[in-house]
Design a binder for this molecule. Structure first.
Ligand code: FES
Length: 72
């Protein structure tokens, strides 16, 4: 599991996907409600597209996610 600054998380995420190495990352997002209501902690999923945006709530689904599942 990886914890640290966002640029490092992005770099390690990219490397883990390229090398097919399982990796989990702990995201630190600002949280307004902590209940899944305000969307302040929303992070795009890897499957998100312009036509079909999809998000995880870090407060409810995280803070730890599989690196390949989030788009940071
Ligand atoms: S903190 Fe409000 S939705 Fe997560």
């Amino acid at each position: 599991m990886l914890v640290g600054p966002l640029p490092m998380l992005k770099a390690v995420r990219k490397l883990s996907i390229e090398k097919e190495i399982p990796c989990q990352i702990s995201l630190e997002e600002r949280m307004g409600c902590g209940l899944g209501v305000c969307l302040g902690c929303a992070v795009k999923t890897a499957k998100s597209t312009v036509e079909n945006p999809q998000y995880f709530h870090v407060c409810k689904g995280g803070p730890v996610f599989r690196a390949k599942d989030v788009d940071i």
